[in-house]
Design a protein around this ligand. Structure first.
Ligand SMILES: [Zn+2]
Length: 212
């Protein structure tokens, strides 16, 4: 399916969303939490009214169980990178994070994954609401201080190329990986890490089943 059925804004919105997950995974990798990203893909679907979808596939080495569960000590990083899709998307659109979670298929899948971990560790509604507030504050900070400006001036759509086997577009990650060297990215990264720290603090404040 050709991407020109979609407006340039829609294509960029989906790329922003996936780049949020991408940078979440890559920063988490730099903190030894995971193995980074395998692929970022974008494709149009004929179901759900031709919605444009995307996904970011984590890299998992061959000797690591792909079904391994998130450990409690890594949970704040997991919540942060799961939220990053909608955070980047809403930064691009200057919109509310809950809109992304509620109206968009890419966002609703993220919130389901997040809820899965909240249930698994019995964190409850209070924690969920706290996490949501932390996400909103982080998004506000990013917008106010323009902290995702390292993506400005990049023609994002031109970095997609069609994989004819899967019929999905794949993002040229080399370029986005290179941006992590820039001083602008350093500012963003330290804001992300303090967002992770805030989630961690919230986790410590809630009674949880840490046996898993
Ligand atoms: Zn997402």
């Amino acid at each position: 399916m050709e991407l020109d059925r979609y407006s340039p804004e829609e294509v960029e919105r989906v790329i922003y969303h996936e780049l949020g997950h991408y940078y979440g995974l890559e920063i988490n990798k730099s903190e030894d939490i995971c193995y980074g990203t395998h692929k970022v893909r974008v494709w149009g679907t004929v179901e759900s009214q031709y919605e444009l979808l995307g996904d970011t596939i984590p890299f998992i080495p061959e000797d690591v169980d792909p079904k391994r569960k998130v450990k409690f000590k890594d949970l704040s990083y997991y919540f942060a990178r799961t939220a990053m899709g909608c955070i980047f998307q809403c930064y691009y659109q200057n919109s509310d994070i809950n809109e992304c979670y509620n109206q968009n298929r890419n966002g609703s899948e993220d919130i389901q994954q997040r809820q899965g971990q909240i249930d698994r560790f019995r964190l409850g509604y209070d924690f969920r609401d706290t996490l949501n507030k932390l996400e909103e504050h982080f998004l506000e900070k990013l917008i106010e201080e323009k902290l995702i400006n390292f993506l400005d001036k990049i023609d994002l759509a031109s970095e997609l190329s069609l994989n004819t086997e899967s019929n999905k577009y794949e993002l040229n990650l080399e370029l986005f990986w290179g941006l992590m060297e820039s001083p602008k990215f350093e500012k963003f990264k330290s804001a992300y890490l303090s967002f992770v720290e805030q989630i961690d603090e919230a986790l410590r404040n809630y009674k949880v089943d840490k046996s898993k």
